[in-house]
Structures are given as structure tokens and as C-alpha cells.
Design a binder for this molecule. Structure first.
Ligand SMILES: [Zn+2]
Length: 890
């Protein structure tokens, strides 16, 4: 699954995101540093019956929002039993029977449906002996409006109102469409046939095997049988679609869109074909299905952008379609990252699947890493290799709080599985893989991955299955390091001693501690940490592993010492004040990625009280005008974050003035107008600078955006496509009532779902509290549509967390009706996450106690930890920044 945060947002505003996207659940019992991944698979179903094959016939009624179905499941009974239990959720069973190999049929004497355990149990009067059976079930179910189970999305087109159907089953929603052993390790084959309107296109995991006209305006479409796979990967889509295709390595690549949008899928189609060839080579196992579609859907979810159904990737339009009239460079990169991620899952996830959700990171960490690696390789012009630092920062921001959890974690409930799709699983997983790949070398790493794919195709694994292959390929025990970083939570801190220079070499001692943001007296965990050190200006690097807390290194050259050169390590580095000052003085001589790493460490260590927070401002001062766009993007994001930390306090104005004075010359250099032949990364920086300067209250930037908006109908080019959304966001942020009414009228008139969603977002982004309240009221009317409503409330929470949270609580029923049930435990805590008010902690805890099961309070705990940290930063760190600023002015 692709989570709803784009790379550029990660790079630009890491600190903000670590609060906004914070999802994790408290690791109450920290595991010891032992491999405990080989324990028996968790299950919520009795063992003894195994599905082999599902034949599913589905007849949806889109208008009535119901479906009728028949499932015939071939099962293997291992020991005599008189009942069969499987997963089923909100299904009504009309009939159930079972037939053995002899064909003798027996109707179920009783059917028990248990909503709490999401199961159905079929009882039979005559016990079933060991052997193979066909279990036939006639049942019906519901079509929802949230992106879970079988759901509909409505949209307007010039030709009229349309309703399309899609499925979304990860992690545990296949059971709401097909009674099944809905756990990832029960792999089986699937034969799907559907009875649907003749005029519509039906899409499944496999190509259409037969289509029969039933003569009554409907047709029966049968899809070819899938390979063995997990239930959560099954897909069905239906609507007024168009499809374009391309061939790559003998596989038919398809993009499917609503009618009229097909040309906007060309970018994704071409890039998917290229990427498939790259992956066939990398994995050493060819993509096994005859086709691979990517289906674009209007609307959006609060929690995901895309899903890797095998052979039928599902993606919301804004992460798949490129519309030159409104799409930006960041959109283009996001489209590519999303498809590269979902395609990586076709191997890591679909072909080889984690045995249970404990090892979800094997899917998500790996797909995230593969997405980053392949984007950097196939699109070097975007220079995305630098975003590795932002990815790591997003993870470390949460991993340094007491509420974090290990990458590999115990998952007991459906809700916990849903909460596991978090920054630790994705971004820490990705960062740990990047570190280990750098440690063994990319060729060795790929050899291990190929061997893992070959051995485990069509089956399930735990993390140690991967480590075994890496150990074998590397010829050294990588798994010990891997266990340190995946089985225990937290962030190592490497302290650099004073250095001595002798005979042209530098000697230094590194000590390993732990970086935490909220536990000053915590006893440090122990990690084996691979480090790469370098003297600035000397190309030779020294590699070592810090073990048992300490390592002494000899590094060629003399001068400022840089630890974590290349930034592949998952740890923070704290230097002596002398070395830190020397690094700041030679900042322009560092590689861009190391500038990013140093800026990140410096800000985080400063805010956590591990060093003077003003050291970060020294680095910002030392950042040259010609630094890489992404370095300036990082500076802008960090300054925007400090501005937020200051919200409502007296020092904010002076800080803003200083920050504007740093960033305004950078914007003057990039200009508002794209230049012919400029680097792609400049376009993204331009947007970031305009947004940040608007946040900081730069009057000239706000006035220019307002001027361009006012001139939009007379002056061609006033709103150039790459800046359109950025300019509108500035206008909306500083809107008065008349401007808000104008944006509202635009939103009401807009027919294109993508633009319409953007306009409703804008309505929810004013700084003005009264307008933000109007947006909240509007969100609960029928006007914005079910997928825009929760997004608007979230949007209001960015500038007004207290207002949004109080409003959502006051309208609990209405808000809940607009969010799928498994996401509520994440949605409400996130509304509060940006607050810096002590009162919010109590409110959030009261909410969690009243509405969330104890096992589903992880996000609430993380939000509370984030709020506490903000309060600490404001009280204890900002004074040092104030003092530094006063000295600058004086
Ligand atoms: Zn994913």
C-alpha cells in the first residue's frame, strides 16, 4: 500500500510530518535483542482446514449498494470435524452446503455469524472426515462508500453522474466480500466471475477469459484463474472505463481510467513498462502474471494512495494521472514513486508474502526502499537520491519517542495490523535496508534478494528468511546488525570524541548512546552500528562497526571529521563543539547529501536538548545561495517548522523576520517564472519557498500570489500550471470572506474530481478562524462528497488543531460515518497532533478512553507524546534561539 504522503512533502517538511503522520503503537514490552520472528504464526482462525481454491461469482447492484454472491471453496480438511470456521464480515448467508470427493452433498445444519471475531461457523450434522471438499456458500453483502471492502466512488462527468466500483482488501477486508481464510499465509488460487452491465468494463487480477452477453443488458465476465496468492490481493473494479496498453518483456501493461482521462495516464503507462523491465532484471524472477493494470479512481482516502493488488494495482487519480494543465513536478515524481512502489510489491508482497502482519515491513519497508532506489536510477534528473535523508528523518522523529515500536512487532488484532502501516514500518524499514545494502554492497544485496525470491515464490516468509540469504551472500553475519535495528526500537546516537592528528591520519573514538526526545535518563540500548567516516576534503573513507558501545577509528587526512558520510547510517551523530564549528566553517565543501544530514542532526539534537539549538541556525547561515535545491528545501521546511513551534509566543515575529531574510534571496534567485532548461528540482524548490514564505507571513510573497489570483482571467500565465496550486494555497491561507466565497463558488462549479478536491482543500486552509469554522460546517454537508469531507477537517487541523478536534468530537456520529471503521483510531488523534496546548492532552486521553480499545490507542499515545514534546521545545529550547537571534540583531 502507498501511504498518503508524497516524497516531496517528506523532504520539505519532515518535522511537521513526523507529527501529522505519527502512527505507531506503544511497545509496552520491549523485546530483547533476540530473533523472535520464528514463533508460530498468529491466527484468529482454528487450524485444520486449508483453502486451496476459491470460485467466486459476484453480482453487484451498484445503485442499491448491495451484491449477491456464490463462493465455492475447495478445502482440505486435515482432521475430522463437524464445523468449519472462516472469516466473514457483514455478510448474510442464505445457504451453505458441503460435498466430499464422492459428491455427496450435506447442507449446513446451523450457521453462526460472530461480528466481534469477524467469523462465520458452518455446522454439519454428519462429521467431515479428513479429505478434500467443496464448500458452497450463497450470500449477500453491502457496497460501501469508504475505500474498504467493495465500495463505490461517485463522480460527475460532462456526460452525467457516474458510479464506479472497486475493492480494497488490505489488511483484513476481503472477508466483507468473500467468506475466506482471510490471513496472508492462507494462499490459494482464485477464479472470479462477475455479472455486470454490458456497457461497463470489469477488471480483475487476471485477463478476461470469457465474456458472455446475457441478453438483458448484462454480461458475465470470467477472469483467468490467479496463481496462489493471499486474499488481501484480490481485486475487482467496474465502471465506465477506458484502457490503454503497452508491452514490456512479454507482459501487457495497462492503465485504466474513467472515460475521457486516458491520455493523462500515458506518463504512468510508459514509466510502468520501463520499470517492469528493470524489476524483471533486479529480482531475477520474471513478473509471473500475463498482465499488469493500474486502475485510476476518482476521490481519495485519508490513509492510502494506492494498493498493490496482484496484476491490478489500484491508485487514486491524483497519484496516477498527469494533467499538464494542473500537475506539478512534485506530482510527477509522486506518480512515479507510487507506481514504482506498487510494482515492487508485485514481488515483495504478492509473489513472496509476509507470514503474518508482524513482518509487514518485509512488504512495506522493502517496497519503499525499491521505489527510492529505482526512482533515483531511472530518473537521475530528479536527484531523488537526496531524499534518503528526509525518509530517515521522518522515521527518527517518531522512533526517538517513548511510544515507538520495533520494525518487527507483535500484531494481535485487525486494528493493530491497520495501525502497523506507519512511518516505522515504511520509512525506518526503508532506511535500515539502505544501511544494510551499503554495508554489504549493492551487488551482494541483489544476489541475496534474487535467492530469496527464487526460494520463497508463491509462499510466505518471516524476516529471518531474508537475513539468511543476506548472510550467505555476504559471507559475514549481517543478521546480527539487522536484528539490532529491527527487533529493538529507537535511534542510536554516536558521540564523536576529540580527534588527534598524527602522520596525516586522524584518530577518533566513537561511543554509542541512544537518541531520545523524551527520556533524558533512559539507559541506552545496544546496537552494532556500521559507520562510514571521512575527513572533509579527503575522498578516502573509513568503514567500521561500532560494537559494545565503542570503536576507535583511524581516518586518512586531517581536518574536520564527518561521521555518517553518504548518510546511509540509521543513527544520529553528535560532535564536539570544536568539530561542529569546523564542519559549519567548511559546510560548502560537503556533499549535498551530507549537508542535509548535518542540518537534520543539528536541528533534532538541538531541539532534544543534546546540543545548543542555535548550532542549527549557524548552519543555515553557512548555507550558500548556490546550495542544491533540496538543501534549500530542507532549510525552508525546517524554518517553517520552527515558525510553528513559536506559534502564539512572543519571539515568533523576530524569528520570522530572520527566516524571511534567509529565504527571500533564494526565491529572488529562482524567481516566480520557470526558466528554460532549469533543473526539475528547481520547480519543486520554487513551490516550497513560496509556501514557506507565505507561512512566515512574507508580505511581498502574499501580495504577489494575490495579484496573480486577481489577474487570473485577464493575464495569461498568471497561474502557470506548475505553480497554480501553490499560488491558490497562499491565497486561501490568507483569504478574507470575499475570497473564500469566490473559492467556494469555483469549487461548486468544478466538474473535474481532481481539481474539485483541491478546491475543497483550499476552503479548509485559511488562517482566519471564522473561515476555518465555515469550512468545518461545510465539510459535514453533502456538498463536498464523502471523500472530501474528512480531508477538509484534517486540513483545518493543520492550522487549527484544537478547533478541528473539538468540532469532530462535537459531531462524532457524522464524522464517523465518513471514515471507515478501521481508520477511526488513527483519524481523531491526528487531528489533535499539531497542538501545543497542554489541555489537548487531557482531551485526547479522554477521547481514547471513551472510544478506543486499549490495543488501538497507539496513535493517540503518539499524538500525546508529540504534543508534550512541542511544549518542552517551546519552554526549554526556543529561549536559546531567541538569545542567538538577539545577538545577530545586536
Ligand atoms: Zn506498500
Amino acid at each position: 500500500m502507498y501511504r498518503n504522503l508524497s516524497r516531496s512533502r517528506i523532504a520539505a517538511a519532515v518535522l511537521t510530518l513526523t507529527v501529522l503522520s505519527g502512527t505507531s503503537y506503544a511497545a509496552t514490552n520491549s523485546p530483547t535483542n533476540q530473533a523472535d520472528t520464528t514463533n508460530a504464526t498468529t491466527t484468529q482462525l482454528p487450524r485444520g482446514v486449508t483453502p486451496q481454491h476459491y470460485a467466486l461469482s459476484l453480482t453487484p447492484n451498484a445503485q442499491a449498494a448491495t451484491f449477491a454472491a456464490r463462493a465455492v471453496i475447495t478445502i482440505e480438511v486435515a482432521a475430522p470435524t463437524s464445523s468449519i470456521t472462516l472469516n466473514a464480515l457483514e455478510l448474510a448467508f442464505q445457504h451453505a452446503d458441503i460435498a466430499g470427493a464422492g459428491g455427496k452433498k450435506q447442507t449446513a445444519s446451523k450457521i453462526d455469524v460472530d461480528a466481534a471475531t469477524q467469523t462465520a461457523t458452518f455446522h454439519f450434522a454428519r462429521p467431515l472426515a479428513k479429505g478434500q471438499y467443496k464448500l458452497a456458500l450463497d450470500y449477500s453483502g453491502k457496497i460501501g462508500t469508504q475505500a474498504t471492502g467493495l465500495f463505490s466512488l461517485d463522480y460527475d462527468t460532462p456526460a452525467g453522474h457516474q458510479r464506479a466500483l472497486y475493492t480494497q482488501f488490505e489488511n483484513s477486508d476481503a472477508r466483507s466480500v468473500i467468506p475466506s481464510w482471510d490471513e496472508p499465509n492462507y494462499k490459494a488460487t482464485f477464479a472470479l466471475d462477475v455479472t455486470v452491465p454490458s456497457s461497463q468494463m470489469a477488471v480483475g487480477n487476471m485477463p478476461v477469459a470469457a465474456s458472455v452477453d446475457l441478453g438483458n443488458g448484462s454480461k458475465r465476465v470470467s477472469f483467468a484463474v490467479t496463481p496462489r496468492m493471499s486474499t488481501y490481493l484480490l481485486f475487482f473494479g467496474l465502471g465506465d472505463f477506458e484502457r490503454s496498453t503497452a508491452m514490456a518483456d512479454g507482459t501487457e501493461i495497462g492503465v485504466i481510467t474513467q472515460k475521457g482521462s486516458l491520455a493523462q495516464g500515458n506518463f504512468a503507462l510508459d514509466e510502468s513498462a520501463r520499470t517492469l523491465r528493470e524489476y524483471n532484471d533486479y529480482f531475477g524472477v520474471r513478473y509471473p502474471l500475463p498482465k499488469l493494470d493500474n486502475i485510476a479512481a476518482p476521490g481519495r482516502s485519508q490513509f492510502f494512495a494506492a494498493m498493490e493488488n496482484w496484476g491490478a494495482v489500484f491508485t487514486f487519480e491524483n497519484s496516477l494521472l498527469f494533467n499538464p494543465a494542473i500537475s506539478t513536478q512534485a506530482d510527477k515524481e509522486n506518480i512515479y514513486s507510487t507506481l514504482a512502489h506498487e510494482m515492487a510489491h508485485q514481488w515483495f508482497g504478492d509473489l513472496v508474502t509476509m507470514r503474518w502482519w508482524d513482518d509487514l515491513w518485509l512488504n512495506e519497508g522493502f517496497a519503499s526502499w525499491m521505489e527510492s532506489r529505482t526512482t533515483a536510477k531511472l530518473h537521475p534528473e530528479w536527484n531523488t537520491a537526496l531524499s534518503a535523508v528526509g525518509v530517515r528523518e521522518a522515521a527518527m522523529g517518531l522512533d526517538a519517542l517513548a511510544t515507538t515500536h520495533p520494525v518487527v512487532q507483535r500484531i494481535a488484532t485487525v486494528e493493530q495490523a491497520s495501525q502497523a502501516f506507519d512511518t516505522i514500518t515504511y520509512q525506518k524499514g526503508e532506511s535500515v535496508i539502505r544501511m544494510l545494502e551499503a554495508y554489504v554492497g549493492p551487488d551482494t544485496w541483489r544476489t541475496a534478494v534474487r535467492s530469496y525470491m527464487r526460494k520463497h515464490a508463491y509462499s510466505n516468509t518471516v524476516s529471518d528468511d531474508l537475513w539468511r540469504e543476506v548472510d550467505a551472500a555476504a559471507g559475514k553475519p549481517v543478521s546480527a546488525i539487522a536484528h539490532d535495528f529491527t527487533l529493538q526500537p529507537g535511534v542510536p546516537l554516536i558521540s564523536v570524541s576529540e580527534t588527534t592528528c598524527s602522520a596525516g591520519n586522524t584518530t577518533v573514538t566513537l561511543r554509542q548512546d541512544e537518541f531520545t526526545k523524551d527520556r533524558d535518563n533512559k539507559k541506552a540500548l545496544s546496537w552494532r552500528v556500521p559507520v562510514i567516516a571521512q575527513i572533509v576534503g579527503n575522498a578516502q573513507q573509513t568503514r567500521a562497526v561500532v560494537e559494545n558501545g565503542k570503536a576507535t577509528l583511524t581516518v586518512p587526512g586531517c581536518g574536520p571529521l564527518l561521521v555518517n558520510a553518504g548518510q546511509t547510517g540509521y543513527y544520529r551523530t553528535v560532535y564536539t563543539p570544536q568539530n561542529a564549528a569546523a564542519l559549519a566553517a567548511s559546510f560548502t565543501g560537503l556533499a549535498s547529501i551530507d549537508q542535509l544530514g548535518l542540518l537534520s542532526d543539528s536541528l533534532s539534537l538541538g531541539l532534544a536538548g543534546r546540543q545548543d539549538p542555535a548550532q542549527f541556525l549557524d548552519l543555515v547561515k553557512a548555507t550558500p545561495l548556490n546550495a542544491d535545491s533540496q538543501v534549500w528545501g530542507k532549510v525552508a521546511g525546517s524554518l517553517a517548522n520552527l515558525h510553528e513551534q513559536y506559534a502564539g509566543s512572543s519571539g515568533q515575529q523576530r524569528f520570522d523576520a530572520w527566516a524571511i531574510a534567509r529565504l527571500a534571496p533564494v526565491l529572488a534567485q529562482t524567481g516566480w517564472q520557470a526558466r528554460d532548461g532549469e533543473a526539475a528540482t528547481v520547480a519543486t524548490l520554487r513551490s516550497q519557498l513560496i509556501s514557506t514564505l507565505s507561512d512566515l507571513g512574507d508580505r511581498s510573497v502574499i501580495a504577489e500570489a494575490q495579484r496573480r489570483y486577481a489577474a487570473r482571467t485577464q493575464e495569461p500565465g498568471a497561474l502557470p500550471a506548475p505553480l497554480r496550486r501553490t499560488i491558490l494555497a497562499v491565497v486561501a491561507q490568507h483569504a478574507d470572506a470575499a475570497t473564500w466565497d469566490q473559492l467556494h463558488a469555483d469549487a461548486q462549479a468544478e466538474k473535474t474530481p481532481l481539481i474539485r478536491s483541491q478546491l475543497y482543500d483550499l476552503l479548509a486552509s485559511p488562517k482566519d478562524q471564522a473561515l476555518a469554522s465555515r469550512a468545518l460546517d461545510l465539510a459535514l454537508t453533502d456538498e463536498p462528497g464523502v471523500t472530501n469531507s474528512p480531508a477538509m477537517i484534517s486540513r483545518v487541523s493543520r492550522a487549527h488543531p484544537e478547533l478541528a478536534f473539538d468540532f469532530a468530537l462535537a459531531h462524532l456520529e457524522q464524522v464517523n460515518a465518513r471514515i471507515d471503521a478501521s481508520s477511526r483510531s488513527r483519524y481523531f488523534p491526528r487531528l489533535a497532533a499539531g497542538s501545543a496546548q497542554a489541555a489537548m492532552i487531557g482531551k485526547l486521553e479522554t477521547y481514547a478512553q471513551a472510544h478506543l480499545a486499549p490495543t488501538a490507542r497507539g496513535d493517540a499515545d503518539t499524538s500525546v507524546a508529540g504534543i508534550r514534546y512541542r511544549i518542552t521545545v517551546r519552554e526549554q529550547r526556543l529561549p536559546a534561539i531567541d538569545a542567538w537571534l538577539a545577538k545577530q540583531a545586536g
